[in-house]
Design a protein around this ligand. Structure first.
Ligand code: CO
Length: 244
């Protein structure tokens, strides 16, 4: 049997001994409960560990990770983590953190058949399709993948904002959603400045009237496509209209 797993057991012993040496009450304090301020939704990639790259400690970040940091509105695992973090832990910030050089993003950009995981990657293909005008002009494949990593994060932050869980929280308190991309080559996080902190940041069709209160739809402009048919040509123009 491969014995490489023993390195983890030994590492764990060293970890526990070091912590107790530094602070004898460390584990007894942590065992009392957790009050993290942040929910982290990141990629499963082994090179992007939430605590390590943010210099935070146990108890500071509630973490959910999956391939390519996706927020899929039918994913009961993610929704359960989200509900627990928002409703019960009352986190103040939710961070979707993607990363450059993401294997999931790269795989989604090809026509290669991988198997079941392609159904998951389909969510990224949809982000690609939605933004293909911008992506197709980027000739370098790595640059295109990196831009898709950013666009994917932006889309997942939007997906978070569309959930009933986040909107219910917004009706009662402040909750900030952030989109970041981590660089494997320099270890630095890039803040994409896609902060969402209210229903105003999402299109009206995705807003819910929580607690019988009407969403303030009139404050926001919504893109309404106008379809024209003339001389067998269909033209679609997007006009900015106020929603009533
Ligand atoms: Co990844």
């Amino acid at each position: 049997m491969d014995k490489s797993y023993q390195k983890l057991i030994q590492g764990n012993k060293l970890y526990a001994e070091t912590k107790i040496f530094q602070d004898p009450e460390y584990f007894s304090n942590l065992s009392k409960g957790q009050t993290p301020n942040y929910l982290w939704i990141g990629c499963s990639d082994s090179r992007v560990p939430a605590n390590e790259i943010t210099s935070t400690h146990s108890g500071e970040i509630f973490v959910h990770r999956n391939i390519a940091n996706l927020v899929v509105h039918t994913d009961t695992n993610l929704l359960s983590v989200l509900e627990y973090a928002v409703k019960y832990l009352e986190v103040k910030h939710i961070i979707v953190c993607g990363h450059y050089g993401c294997g999931g993003i790269k795989a989604a950009m090809t026509n290669t058949y991988h198997g079941f995981v392609d159904n998951w990657l389909r969510n990224i293909k949809d982000v690609y399709h939605k933004n293909q005008e911008e992506l197709l002009v980027i000739k370098d494949e790595d640059d295109r993948a990196n831009r898709l990593s950013e666009l994917n994060v932006i889309e997942q932050v939007r997906n978070l904002a569309k959930t009933t869980i986040v909107q219910e929280a917004w009706s009662k308190r402040k909750l900030h959603l952030h989109g970041w991309v981590y660089g494997l080559k320099d270890g630095l996080v890039k803040d994409l400045s896609v902060i969402h902190d209210g229903q105003k940041d999402i299109d009206s069709i995705y807003r819910f009237n929580i607690n019988g209160t009407k969403a303030k739809a009139t404050e926001v402009k919504s893109a309404v496509p106008v379809v024209k048919l003339s001389q067998n040509r269909v033209t679609i123009k997007t006009k900015q209209r106020r929603v009533k």
